[in-house]
Design a protein around this ligand. Structure first.
Ligand code: PFF
Length: 476
């Protein structure tokens, strides 16, 4: 039949190990840093609803399809797509899906590592009690000035950002070099549950703040006007595109990360059950992060649309005021960094797996090579927050974005949804039904299969297509 039974890179030791690893990939900065930032910037409730709809109607079917591709191909996304295109009797051009995924992974990791570096930098800051001073300040203005000055001190200093980015990449490369069970699996086993517990404690704190209900209201009050008309009367589809892009980003979809993890799935693990567990965990963490951050935002008179610094300017206030805040804060940023690592390894893995499959490189060498390339691209993001903050490479096209903004936009809002779209087309329309049902271990007549297939064949392409057309202004 042309497909292998096991991957040369090894396998997860169990179904649970796969769930933990895939959840490790999905849960990361996307949930805790990016989701609240985007929800805040796009008016709250309506963004959250569109995001949840994208997760349920597009994300869930696509994650199942992507894991299935990996499980069938048993190789890096580039080689899996080659094998599967051949098996389906389709053109070898489908390999391009693997290639664009590798490029997207490099680009994402280049900024992801810099932001994860912020989380690392906050560990000693919290441990040293820096934010305990917040408790002694009398006005909310003093408090917000204090935290934003601390944040700007960090992001304004390229050397410091570079140091943390370098540290983050060294550890990421070391973990990927360790291989499937040795490196990846060991790291995620205990940290997911720990992160979840700390988040629950923080929700408890947020509930004790006077503006908890304002935060809840902001997150769940559906006001489409705010989403579609962010600047008054001018219609914009950008918010919906951001919500869809975030759904892909948060679930690690559309670039092969989840596909390569699927390649290490034991033969008889149920794809539907495992992926559903991953999607639920990921969504829950994002919602919890919002429930923690927005009450703190409103209690302290901060701006929900404060941008990428939102989490770093709100949570330290909470840690500065709550009992055991120094301990909780340190623990929180340690866990955030770990969550970022477990996502980062999945961003690097598709490229490394492919290099190993060429037979020319050992895993450690492949990991180091890719890591150095990503590290270099990371300079663009580092400088976007300081010496190049006024450099807008596409300003001649009236695009007011820094390098960081551009890389983020290009990957989340364009590359990942397009990757998801092509995955949906390939699995939904081009693969043989018998192979798909065999890998999913499902009968083609079962209701679950039929719903999934419908969502993948029609809803995903239409949804992604419409959101794209909308965003480029076709309907306005
Ligand atoms: N899902 C990760 C997060 O939410 O932080 C980020 C990510 C990992 C995106 C892997 C894409 C990916 F392939």
């Amino acid at each position: 039949m042309g497909t292998q039974n096991t991957s040369i890179h090894g396998e997860w030791s169990s179904r649970l190990a796969f769930i933990l690893a895939a959840t490790g990939s999905a849960v990361g900065l996307g949930n805790i840093w990016k989701f609240p930032w985007l929800a805040g910037e796009n008016g709250g409730g309506a963004f959250v609803i569109v995001y949840l709809l994208c997760i349920a109607l597009i994300g869930l079917p696509v994650i199942m399809a992507e894991v299935m591709l990996g499980k069938r191909g048993r190789s890096s996304p580039i080689n899996s797509m080659k094998i599967l295109a051949k098996e389906a009797g389709r053109t070898q051009w489908w390999q391009a899906l693997g290639w664009t995924g590798v490029i997207a992974g490099f680009l994402i990791l280049s900024f992801y590592s810099v932001i994860a570096g912020w989380a690392l930098a906050y560990i000693p800051r919290l441990a040293s009690g820096m934010f305990a001073a917040v408790g002694d300040l009398s006005t909310t203005k003093e408090v917000t000035d204090f935290v934003s000055t601390r944040f700007n001190e960090l992001t304004g200093n390229p050397e410091r950002l570079l140091a943390w980015h370098t540290l983050f990449m060294i550890v990421t490369v070391t973990m990927v070099a360790g291989g499937v069970q040795g490196g990846l699996e060991r790291a995620v086993r205990w940290m997911m549950p720990a992160l979840f517990i700390v988040l629950l404690v923080l929700v408890g704190y947020a509930m004790s703040t006077p503006k908890f209900m304002d935060g809840v209201h902001f997150m769940f009050n559906i006001d489409f006007h705010k989403l579609f008309y962010p600047n008054g009367d001018e219609f914009s589809g950008a918010g919906v595109l951001a919500a869809m892009g975030q759904a892909f980003f948060s679930l690690s979809l559309g670039m092969g990360a989840i596909m390569v993890y699927g390649a290490y799935l034991p033969k008889h693990a149920s794809i539907a059950q495992t992926t559903t567990a991953v999607v639920i965990a990921d969504t829950l963490v994002a919602i919890l992060a919002g429930l923690i951050i927005f009450p703190i935002v409103f209690t302290n008179g901060l701006e929900p649309g404060a941008g990428p610094g939102l989490v770093f300017e709100t949570l330290p206030i909470a840690f500065g005021q709550m009992p055991y805040g120094t301990f909780m804060g340190t623990l929180f940023f340690v866990l955030l960094a770990l969550a970022a690592w477990s996502s980062a390894i999945s961003l690097l893995e598709p490229a490394v797996a492919w290099l190993v499959e060429t037979g020319k490189f050992t895993r450690p060498i492949a990991a180091i090579g890719c890591g150095v390339a990503v590290w270099l691209v990371g300079f663009l993001t580092i400088f976007s927050f300081n010496i190049w903050s006024d450099v807008k490479p596409l300003s001649m096209f009236s695009v007011d974005k820094t390098f960081f903004d551009l890389i983020d936009y290009l990957t989340s809002n364009i590359m990942l949804p397009l990757g998801g779209l092509f995955i949906a087309i390939f699995v939904g329309w081009l693969m043989k039904k018998q192979i798909v049902t065999e890998e999913l271990e499902s009968s083609p007549d079962s209701l679950g299969y039929r719903v999934w297939h419908f969502l993948l064949c029609y809803v995903t392409p239409l949804g992604v297509g419409l959101v794209f057309l909308n965003a480029i202004g076709v309907f306005s």
